[in-house]
Structures are given as C-alpha cells and as structure tokens.
Design a protein around this ligand. Structure first.
Ligand code: PEP
Ligand code: MG
Length: 822
C-alpha cells in the first residue's frame, strides 16, 4: 500500500488532518507519518524529520508527500536529498491542498491504488467543494468510453441524511475498488456527467443529496457483481449509522442483463418464478413423520457432523470465491461463521437436545435460536448484530440437515425459475413440467447442476448475474439455452422469433430421431458407439427411446444424495437392476460413488478442505471409506451376475489407487462369484491419469474420459465458478492432447470413451472420433443428433482435422479449424 507523509508547520494541524482522513477508511489502515512542527507547540518544518517520516512509511508501493505551504514545500524538496537514489525514486511530492488532498489520498491508497493515482486523486481533492460552491469549473474527470451495449446499469437512491458526503462516498470507493470492473456514476436527478467511481473527488462533484437518484454503469468481468455490491451498499444506507438514516429502498436496480452462458438447450418463454426461500431457523417446524419416528442419537450426531462439515465446505468455498473481491476485513465475516460451526456452547446445547431424543434438526434449531436471541437482547450494538450471524449459519446448517426436496421450486406456479445457484440435489428435484427452464445468477455450464438440467430437458442459462434476482415475480422472459440469449419482457416479435426457433429445433430433432435406433457408422464404415449418461430408470427409459447403444455413465451418487444414510447393498442392487431393466437389459456402466467437490454428502462428513475439488473426491473417498465402496461393489457385482454391467472408478490419479480398487473388487468377487462379462474401467479426469494411460491400461478394459473434470484440472479453472467458466473450455488444445495421450497409452489394449459433456457438442463428436475415441456417452436427448453427426463423417477426414486441431494454439483456433473443414 502507498505510504503517505504529512508535512505541516503545525503538529496539531497535521494530526487532526490525519485523524479526519483515517475516519474515512475504518479497518483499512493506511501507513501515514507526520513530520510537522519543530516540537509540540513550535511552528516550523524540518527536512531531516521529513526524510525520517518518509523512511517510516516507505515500501514497494512508494510514498506520496503532502505539505501545507511555503517552507514546508522547500523542506520536503530538501528531504529528498537525504534519501538514497532508489528510495528517492519511490517518493512523489504532491501539490494537493493538505486537508482535502489527504482525505482523497488516504481513501485512494486504502483501495490499493499506485502512488501516481493516489497523488492524482489528492490533487483533485478540491473538485467536490468547487463544484458545490460553483466557483470554478472542475476539469471533467476521465471516464472510459465503452459502447453502450457493454454497460450494465443500476440506479439507487441516496439516503444518508447529508447526502453522499465524504465518508459514504469513501465507503463506496472502497466497496468497488477490489472488483474487476470499471464503474462510473452520475447524479440522475440533476442529470450530471459521468465520473469514475474510483475517484472520491469525482463522486463529490456529483452533488448527490439525500433523496437523489444515483445511476451507475459498469463494464468488465465483474460488472454485475460491482453493481450488486453498490446496490447492497445503498441498501445499507452506505453504512452510515446516523439516527437520521432512513432504511432505503433501492429503485429499479435492473436495466440491462449481461451475457449469460448457455447451459442446457431449450427455448422457453414464460413468467419468472423465484425460488421459495430455503428453510430458516424461524420457520422450521418438524414434519409429522419426524415427530413420531425414533432415531438413534448416534445417527443424529452423525447427521449433525455431516451437516456441519458440508456447511464448512460451503463457507470456505464462498470465502475463496470472494477473496479477491472484498476487503480482508469484510471477508473476516466468513471466519466468524466458521468459528460458529465449532462453538462449544452451541454444539453442547445441540448435543444435549439430541441425547434427550430430539432429531438433529430440532436440537440444532432450538440451540441456534437460543444463542441468537441471547445475543440480540444485548445492548451492545455490535454483539447484537452477531445474532444475525448465528441465524445465517443456523439456516445453512439446517438446510443441510433437511432433505433438499423441492426447496427451490415453486410448485404452485409454473414458470422459469430464477435462483442464485442450484445444487445438484435441487436440480434433481425440479419438475420439468413445472419448471421448463432455469436462470441462475451464478454457476457454470460444467457444474453438476447444469448437467442435471440438460439431462432432464430443462433449458438453462447460468452466470446471468445478480441483476436477474431482482426481476419481479411474473415478469415475462424469453430464453434460449443453446445460445445463452435472455430477453426480459420480450416484444411480440421476439416471442415469435423464439417460438419459430423452437419449432426448427423440433423438426431437426424429429428427423434425427427417425434413425436413432440405427448404429452410428461413419461414411467409411467405422462404428462409433453412442451411449447415454443416465442415472435413473426414467432417464434409462429415455435413453432407450433415443436409441442409445449402451448406458455409458451412471452417476450412482444420485442414489446417495438427498437422504440421511447410505443405501444398503440390497437397495443399491435393486436400483441398478431397475435401471438395467428400464434400458431393456442392455449394458450399463456403473460409476462408483463420486462425491466431494460440488457434491457433498450429508452423512459422509468430509474434512474441511480449502480446495475440495483437489481433495478427497471420487475414488479417494472410496478408498478412505472402504465400507461404502465395498458395499457398492458388492451391489454392482450382484447386478453384473444378472445383466451386462461395466464398472468404473472416478478420479483416479495413480496406479496404486487403481490396484487397490481392483483388489477390493477381487475380494468382493471372491465372495459373490465372478460375473461373466463384467468390464472394469476408470474415468480419466485427472491429467496424470491421461498421461499415464500406458501404465494403467493393462489393468482396465476401458477408459472413459470425463472431460468436465479433465478440463477443469487441465486449465486450473474450477467448474461451477462463473469467473473462470470461459477459461474451462474443452476445445482447448491442451485437453485434446490429453485425449490423444489417453488413446495412445491405451494402444489397443483398452477402449477409450468420452462421457463428459464435451461429447454432446456436435462439433466435438467428430473431433473425438478423429482422435481415436470409439465411444461417446451423452445425455439421452443428444443421442439421435450425435449419431446423425457421426454418420456424416469420414473417419479418414476427421483424423486429419483432429491432427490439425492438435496443432492449434487456442480453443478459438480449434473451433475455427473445425469450421473451415466442415
Ligand atoms: C466428467 O468429469 O466429465 C464426468 C463425466 O464426471 P462428472 O461430471 O460426474 O464429474
Ligand atoms: Mg467427473
């Protein structure tokens, strides 16, 4: 952070100015040193003392020196002579007025600006006063010119009693400083010009009085997040606590919608429906069966531990996600929330309730409510506010203790669901007849929730930004989940256009469906198996109807989600058999449990991990909880003795893991009998597995490449994180090289399939076949179209275009090379 030195004839003046400036940035101390007066009471300036003060606050970011007048300027210049060359180069003497300049400098430095920007802001320190008194025309502040379409805008009301004066304006600058967006503001009431929201002096020129409307426009990667933060800040009265403050009502916060990402194909036009709020401590009532059912305290304690662990993961993830967007002192709230999860008093009361025969949820609710109410009764404002933290964490844990059910679906009112984000459990609970489409503010197309919406025929667009959350219930929207288009309150022409597109897609789909039951043979006669990813009997039935050659991926974890205990061996066997029956007794590929990452399981408590996607996921968990894995393998082996089954292990990184898993399988087969035709494979989701496929191949019958995870691990771009969603592009040549490496390592010893979402992209099917992949497994709805696409290819030609793609430098180049060849 830039250091600041205040040079003044008067020590009292300098100290008072510093106190005033630091009031603007509570919790973000800026290094400020004073070199003022010859002693406490004698006016004067001293070059040696100034050089010493510079040394006190000097660091990599350098120092800005502000001074009052006359000899203060001379002394400051002389002080530079006492510094080493290198240190002198980091110091900027600034001609700004001392008081106003210092306030602007401290606020700007607190936001992390460099010394040139700090000095520029300080020099502009008079602008607000000048504009208010109308005694000079301030130079227009530099604003970025972007085409209108690039801006997202919001409008908020200024409510602090004294308008947006220095302190709330400083709060606003600090709030937006760390967000990756360019934000500009204007006074909509007086129709002022735009100024940069990073400029305290610029904001003060806007003359924003209480009751004025402030308009904001933002562009850049986090434009919507910037506007959401600004709206929230306005909603908090710009953090002004004066008794004159009125609870504000932000007005009309949505005016444009940014660029949502397509996540699941489908076109929908209909009314917005917001999710029912999740369970809260205040609204919780035990459901009747809970009252009568007897649960052992042991099970309830396990459920509590699991819920606490799952909540811990969510909080840690959120903290990571926001780490670069909020100041460190604000991010500390997450630490407070994490501490509550280990609070001995809260947990002690909960455990006492459980011991007394209560359900975990009941005991937790009454302990958390009691703790929150105790805090809220206190006179101390700060402690009373901590009650809200207890309630927030309490709600989160409660949501984990209750089954996900349809908490996000408004059953009574069909329409387009608008939510912050969906968990896989919530996506699985949606009813497509009630919710034909979903819009999420956050999320990414490769998150498990998006995959589920695709599989279930629910159109979806994700990462639409928080603006959508403010759309009033019932607002008509039109969306296209293939292109990511979203139109709010569409005109009749737009509705007609969307309806026509839906019709064209329907006709093309019907044509592909007519030949869906034929094998997918390339023009030169090679067969590519096109399987389906299906996890329920209903999806398996759909897969059959769509002509899938096999079920290439059963995500068995969906059998484990949304319940309080793991399914037993018999239950699993019967579920797998039901699935196989629904698929007409053809081959199904059962993937062993893959939880962790974005799929926490309430009854499998995972240790808190800073990076769950790099932690105990997939087979790593299975090898830790061999009880769960062995039960599952027993159910799979029993199933495989009755119907054709392949089994595969997720998230394999080393040969040791594979060998250990195979040993467990062998042990189970020794007890249950070896099924004929059981094929054993692994998912290739970690670059390490792709690169070691030659070493792994002797121990498997097949590899199934999970491009969703392989892409996230290759590009180090977390799936589900909208900020890096564009980076996680499976067309990236690095991902293609790993597909190729897998095929090369398999070298005819093992078949290579792809079951990640990439396989369902019509441009990718041919490319993957060209790289040597012989099976694609896609969501049931995509089977006919992918088969149709394969039939149009010549394997010789696609091999050439795949080789060309491997030479590309970027995903974009790969797409272009495919486009040129098509
Ligand atoms: C994958 O990672 O591509 C995959 C198919 O597995 P999941 O999406 O379930 O992680
Ligand atoms: Mg995966």
């Amino acid at each position: 952070m830039v250091g600041i030195v205040v040079v003044s004839h008067s020590r009292a003046l300098a100290r008072a100015a510093v106190e005033l400036a630091q009031e603007m940035t509570p919790g973000r101390p800026v290094p400020v040193a004073v070199a003022a007066g010859l002693d406490e009471n004698t006016l004067g300036t001293d070059a040696v003392a100034i050089a010493g003060a510079i040394g006190e606050v000097d660091g990599d970011a350098g120092v800005v020196v502000l001074m009052d007048l006359g000899s203060a300027v001379l002394s400051a210049e002389m002080a530079l002579e006492f510094l080493e060359d290198e240190a002198r180069g980091r110091v900027l003497l600034c001609s700004a007025p001392l008081v106003e300049g210092l306030v602007a400098a401290v606020v700007t430095a607190a936001g992390g600006a460099g010394r040139a920007e700090v000095a520029a802001e300080a020099r502009n320190g008079l602008a607000g006063k000048q504009s208010q008194l109308d005694d000079t025309v301030a130079d227009p502040l530099p604003v970025v010119s972007e085409p209108a379409a690039q801006w997202s805008t919001a409008r908020v009301r200024v409510t602090p009693a004294h308008g947006l004066h220095a302190r709330p304006a400083a709060r606003l600058v600090a709030e937006l400083r760390a967000v990756a967006a360019t934000v500009e503001l204007r006074n909509a009431t007086t129709d002022s010009a735009w100024v940069s929201a990073a400029s305290l002096s610029g904001i003060t020129t806007l003359g924003l009085r209480s009751g004025h409307d402030m308009e904001a426009r933002a562009t850049g990667e986090q434009a919507r997040s910037a506007l959401a933060r600004l709206t929230a800040l306005a909603g908090r009265n710009f953090d002004e606590t004066s008794s004159a403050a009125v609870r504000p009502e932000p007005v009309n916060t949505v005016s444009t919608v940014g660029t949502p990402l397509p996540a699941a194909p489908g076109i929908a036009v209909g009314p917005v429906r917001h999710a029912n709020p999740g369970p809260t401590l205040a609204s919780y009532t035990p459901s009747p069966p809970e009252n009568v059912q007897k649960h052992s305290p042991q099970l309830q304690k396990q459920a509590l531990e699991a819920a606490l662990a799952a909540t811990r993961i969510q909080i840690v993830e959120l903290r990571e996600r926001l780490a670069h967007q909020v100041p460190a002192d604000e991010a500390a709230i997450f630490d407070a929330h994490l501490a509550l999860l280990d609070d001995p008093a809260l947990l002690g009361t909960t455990l006492t309730g459980i011991e007394a025969g209560q359900l975990a949820a009941q005991a937790w609710v009454s302990a958390a409510l009691q703790a929150a109410e105790q805090l809220e009764r206190l006179d101390d404002e700060y402690l009373a506010a901590r009650g809200a933290d207890v309630r927030a964490v309490g709600d989160q844990v409660l949501a984990e203790l209750l089954p996900p059910s349809a908490a996000t679906q408004n059953h009574s009112a069909p329409g387009i669901l608008v939510v912050e984000d969906l968990t896989p459990g919530q996506a699985a609970a949606l009813d497509p007849d009630v919710t034909p489409a979903v819009i999420t503010a956050y999320g990414s197309p490769s998150g498990h929730a998006a995959i589920l919406t695709r599989a279930r025929g629910i159109a979806a667009i994700v990462a639409a930004g928080t603006d959508v959350l403010d759309l009033p219930d019932g607002t008509t929207v039109a969306l296209d989940g293939t292109t990511g288009e979203l139109v709010i309150s569409p005109s009749p022409e737009v509705v007609a256009d969307f309806t026509a597109r839906a019709e064209t897609a329907r006709v093309a789909g019907e044509s592909a469906l007519r030949s869906a039951h034929q094998p997918a043979l390339t023009r030169d006669g090679f067969r590519i198996l096109v399987g389906a990813n299906a996890s329920t009997p209903a999806e398996a039935t759909a897969a059959r109807a769509m002509g899938a050659d096999l079920i290439g991926l059963v995500r068995t974890e969906f059998l484990f989600l949304g319940r309080e205990t793991a399914p037993g061996v018999d239950e699993q066997e019967s579920a797998y058999l039901d699935l196989a029956d629904a698929f007409g007794g053809e081959r199904i590929t059962l993937r062993t449990l893959d939880v962790g990452g974005d799929k926490p399981l309430s009854y499998v408590p995972l240790p808190a991990e800073a990076n769950p996607f790099l932690g105990t996921r997939g087979l790593r968990l299975g090898l830790r909880r061999t009880d769960l894995l062995t039960d599952q393998l027993r159910a799979i082996v029993r199933t495989a003795r009755q119907t054709p089954v392949s089994v595969m292990f997720p998230m394999v990184s080393t040969l040791d893991e594979l060998l250990t898993a195979r040993r467990l399988l062998n042990d189970v087969m020794a007890g249950e009998g070896t099924p004929l035709g059981l094929q054993v494979g692994i998912m290739v989701e970690v670059p390490a597995a792709a690169l070691k496929s030659a070493a792994l191949a002797p121990y498997v019958d097949f590899f199934s490449i999970g491009t969703n995870d392989l892409t996230q691990y290759t590009l180090a771009a977390e799936r589900g994180n909208e900020a890096v969603a564009a980076l996680g592009d499976p067309f990236d040549p690095a991902v293609l090289h790993l597909v190729r490496a897998t095929v090369n390592g398999a070298a005819g010893q093992a078949e290579v399939a792809v079951c990640g979402e990439f396989a369902a992209d019509v441009r990718a099917g041919a490319l993957l076949a060209g790289l040597g992949v012989t099976e694609l497994s896609v969501n049931p709805r995509s089977v006919p179209q992918i088969k149709q696409t394969i039939r149009q290819q010549d394997l010789g030609e696609v091999r050439e275009s795949a080789a060309q793609a491997l030479l590309s430098a970027s995903a974009q180049e790969v797409r272009e090379s495919l486009r040129r060849r098509s």
